[in-house]
Design a protein around this ligand. Structure first.
Ligand code: ZN
Length: 162
């Protein structure tokens, strides 16, 4: 899908709130050096947020994750298709995933994951795990028998939704 890049002025209007809230979070020591703005299909800002990892003691409080969470609550929807993410830094795989779960298909970012790594925020272990080049960081073990209780959830789901 192609998406026309907004004008420099429009990009400024989207990135500036994210940068400002992120720097405020750094100064308050409530969040890391990452921000994001989510824009609706009409080009209006829905939320502009910074990383909340420290404030919320939440390892998943990345800016893009927070933006999706807050936007879904604000708009009372799980579907953010047509919305566009503007991230101060290249999103990590977790945030790529949450954007995709929410139906977001366009994300602009400025700094790269290499820049983040140079500042002590490397996500290379996630990237290597997902591309299969180093899966030693997480043992994913499939129990393929003996868990009928887990399988019963599907039966219950089908009964409730059949
Ligand atoms: Zn992330």
């Amino acid at each position: 899908m192609t998406h026309p890049t907004p004008s420099p002025e429009v990009l400024d209007s989207y990135f500036t709130p994210a940068v400002e809230v992120t720097i405020a979070g750094l100064r308050d020591r409530t969040g890391g050096p990452f921000g994001a703005t989510l824009v609706n299909p009409e080009g209006e800002i829905v939320v502009a947020v910074g990383n909340t990892v420290i404030k919320d003691t939440d390892i998943s409080g990345h800016a893009e994750m927070v933006a999706v969470r807050e936007a879904c609550k604000k708009l009372n929807t799980l579907d953010l298709s047509g919305h566009v993410m503007y991230a101060t830094c290249e999103p990590c795989p977790m945030c790529v995933a949450v954007m995709m779960w929410a139906g977001i298909t366009t994300c602009y970012y400025a700094s790269t994951h290499e820049d983040a790594g140079d500042n002590g925020f490397s996500d290379v272990h996630l990237r290597k795990y997902l591309d299969g080049s180093d899966t030693s960081t997480l043992d994913m073990i499939h129990l393929d028998s003996g868990r009928e209780d887990c399988a019963s959830i599907w039966t219950e789901f089908q009964a409730l939704n059949g």
